[in-house]
Write a new protein. Sequence first.
Length: 331
Amino acid sequence: MKKIGKILSMALGVCLLGACLFGCDTTTASAEELSYISMRINPEIELVVDEEGKVIAANAINEDGETVLCELDLVGMTAEEAGEAFTATATELGFIDLESENATVYILAEGKNEGSVKALEEKLTEKINGYFDKKGIFGKASPEVLEEYEALAEEWGVSLKEARMIDRILELYPEMTVEEILALSFEERMDLIKNDSVKNGLTADLRGEYKAAVEELKEEYAQLFELGRELKELRIRLEDETLSEEELASLQAEYDSKKAEYDTLKAQYEEAIEQLKAESRDKVVEAKNEMKEKAQGRREEFAQKLQEHENEFRQRREEIEDRIKQWRKNK
């Protein structure tokens, strides 16, 4: 019994190492309550939606998404209202070619409740298509294309949507490893995305700089991650009940030694990560101000073109509406 108790204690300790190292928030909402949505034109954003279909978090995925989001406050809107607001603002800022006949908003929804996910996708599609119809734009909502995640999905043994979400979390938290994210529940993954603005709060452009700096730091602390793998292997070996007391003692001594080295490196790595985050956060206000200026400049630049399009649509409404219906039907 003492041996089993020791093994269980050690197993729990190793399991907690990752959480201690990366500081993941353990307070999560029910997976049944939260859903994930991403929307992409070229600007790309993501939403976390609660059980009532209301947006509780909104993040930009790329720099153009940051430009659009700096003009919006989507939190508190329904998912479909947020979808329309995103599409409308992207249009006003010139991210949709009004002369094209192939404007597309790619949407992806993910959650534990398939019925809720499907309903969200349908509402978003209807609302976005409705916006394009009102404005006389040859545009439509379409499911996100995920072929680029096929190799990752196969490598990680997950679905395409899961691979997309895991890859996104690696973008948000490059200090984490794939193995750690794979071990997380859907609730924990959603919590990381939901709280990114609180945990990091970096703009899309600064996130790229931060990620590059973290990758360099990971190379510098390669021994830390190697020790983590070795500790995991030792834990598995210590669960072998055929071990003699002498063998167990030897493995325990090896584990203790590696654990002490791991803890020292972990503390140094954590301090270095916090320093990187602090340096990045110092640039956030300036970056967000630049985004607002960029958005204002784009709005002024495309205002006349949008007005001309609206004038033409008023004059030829019936004809254009019929053409859009036929176009979407053929698509």
